[in-house]
Design a protein around this ligand. Structure first.
Ligand SMILES: Cc1cc2nc3c(=O)[nH]c(=O)nc-3n(C[C@H](O)[C@H](O)[C@H](O)COP(=O)(O)OP(=O)(O)OC[C@H]3O[C@@H](n4cnc5c(N)ncnc54)[C@H](O)[C@@H]3O)c2cc1C
Length: 494
């Protein structure tokens, strides 16, 4: 049996471990943290359950395919609950849109703000569908983009379907009202991309939601991590948690294993699911990599950071849906502050996740499990998070209570935890504290993103948000498919 080592247990690492073990590889999975899941970590305190990272599931067929690869059925492992609407989006003027995949509901809500925009909804959705078909239905998301020819072949088609406009640019071609320009352009933020410069290719995410729905896993997102863990144990994968990899061992230009504090482990192939910058600059000796050398890595443009606040509240707020976005008056200039000016402004836009709205078991009876996610600048800024985080969190809670009118919020908080970009760096080795790696701008996407097979070491591979096609659950799970294809090309079916 060929021995494969996977470093990191994010969804990309877990999905690839299942795929390779099912194909006859003997996989050993190394994770630095106590539990599996990467950004999809969980937290439990005083009877409140929190998913620390991803909170919504889309493209369930991509997940189903991973279970199928192991001869299993997803529905035997997790229970998925469909959400409707997907989100309630509040604008600064207190107007809101219940965003869903239901065209009629969307058009009638839009018509109240701008009738012409509502009339263009179907055309916009049709354009998004064509982009989605190119990437998902035709399988480009799961095809390794290792050759410039694969990319060049896609360019004329991409131009024709307007996939190379910016996301905001494409939305603005169709819509005039600021609300509609926001709701049809913000999705790239889910994968760490600035809607004002990432290509409209990523608007396929919104069509992915419309096509397959937005789901929640009963018991929380972490149940999906546990389900993958169960499958891996059934398949016989060795899982080694609390064992950070310190070095990828390279001999004669090939990866021969890894080293941890516990010892050396040999392998026929090594795959890293850890942050790409961490993998290439900390786990491989300097000078080995020609393409992704330290100079190229440092010149790359990295995604935003985020602060996530977890609140256990002994009161319920039925006015908050399962997913609620609360937006600042500013869109572009706030995004500029976060991505380019690298400052921490006084205003913010936020995303609230209230799983108790769908699954009351996520908190004690009558209580609310809440998480508030605020995009912020990454660690390339001068911000001292040790000093700034607490006042910032206080101002978010003040805003929710005083301006958003969540009555008596502060006095009902029983659990309060938060993580900042600094925590992402220490907990998960996320370079610049961004969970999304390199920003998915055009020149850091597809062929231009670090390849699924390393460009210099033929049996070293990547999987996860840092490689093609990119971040988000669908992205990292598709990356497992792309990387598996290369491994099977290289080693054959065992
Ligand atoms: C707050 C937040 C909310 C999100 N919401 C959503 C959402 O709702 N829907 C969605 O689809 N996506 C969402 N995302 C994005 C999504 O969670 C990520 O893109 C995805 O989970 C990343 O998976 P990955 O495979 O890249 O691995 P990661 O999750 O990045 O995991 C990498 C793993 O490698 C480990 N590691 C690092 N270095 C080492 C080492 N030296 N040795 C051993 N192990 C190591 C880390 O500890 C970590 O466990 C969200 C992300 C965040 C942070």
């Amino acid at each position: 049996m060929k021995k494969a080592i996977i470093i990191g247990s994010g969804f990309g690492g877990l999905a690839l471990a299942i795929r390779l073990q099912s194909k006859g590889f003997q996989v050993t999975l190394f994770e630095k943290n106590e539990k599996l899941g990467g950004h999809a970590y969980s937290l439990e305190k005083k009877g409140y359950k929190f998913d620390m990272g991803p909170s919504l599931i889309t493209a369930t067929e991509i997940i189903q395919k991973i279970f199928n690869a192991a001869g299993k059925n997803m529905n035997d492992y997790i229970e998925l609950m469909l959400l409707n609407p997907f989100y309630r989006i509040y604008f600064h003027d207190k107007t809101y849109i219940d965003y869903s995949g239901d065209s009629e509901s969307m058009k009638s809500q839009m018509a109240k703000f701008n009738a012409n925009d509502a009339a263009k909804y179907d055309d916009f959705i049709e354009n998004s569908r064509v982009i989605y078909d190119e990437i998902i239905t035709k399988g480009l998301g799961a095809v390794p983009f290792n050759k410039i020819s694969t990319f060049l072949k896609f360019v004329p088609r991409a131009l024709k379907i307007k996939a190379l406009h910016t996301s905001f640019g494409l939305a603005s071609k169709y819509f005039k009202d600021f609300r509609h320009r926001f709701i049809f352009s913000f999705h790239p933020l889910f994968i760490g991309g600035n809607p004002f410069r990432v290509p409209a290719i990523y608007l396929m995410i919104s069509y992915l939601e419309k096509h397959g729905g937005v789901w929640f896993a009963k018991g929380g997102m972490y149940t999906l991590v546990e389900a993958f863990r169960k499958v891996l144990l059934e398949l016989g994968t060795e899982i080694r948690t609390s064992e950070p990899v310190e070095e990828i061992l390279i001999e004669h230009g090939k990866a021969v294993g890894i080293r941890t504090a516990q010892g050396v482990y040999n392998a026929d192939l090594v795959i890293s699911n850890a942050d790409v910058n961490h993998t290439y600059s900390k786990l491989i000796p300097q000078g080995v990599l020609k393409k992704w050398n330290s100079n190229k890595l440092s010149k790359a443009k990295y995604s935003m950071g985020t602060i996530v606040i977890y609140l256990g509240v002994k009161k319920q707020y039925p006015e908050l849906l399962h997913h609620t976005l609360i937006l600042s008056k500013r869109y572009k200039s706030l995004i500029d502050d976060i991505f380019d000016r690298n400052i921490l402004p006084d205003d913010f836009s936020m995303y609230l996740h209230i799983p108790t709205r769908t699954d009351p078991d996520m908190a004690p009876p009558g209580c609310e499990s809440m998480y508030v996610l605020i995009p912020v600048t990454n660690l390339s800024s001068e911000i001292d998070w040790k000093l700034k985080a607490r006042p910032f969190v206080n101002s978010v809670i003040n805003f929710l209570e005083a301006e958003f009118d969540l009555r008596d919020l502060r006095s009902n908080i029983e659990v309060e935890e938060f993580i900042t970009p600094l925590d992402f760096q220490t907990m998960r080795n996320s370079y610049q504290g961004t969970p999304w790696g390199m920003e998915p701008i055009l020149l850091q996407s597809a062929y231009f993103r670090p390849h699924n097979r390393n460009e210099d070491i033929p049996n070293l591979y990547l999987v996860g948000a840092g490689t093609h096609p990119g971040g988000g659950l669908p992205g990292v799970m598709l990356s497992a498919e792309a990387t598996e294809t290369l491994i099977i090309e290289d080693f054959g079916n065992l």
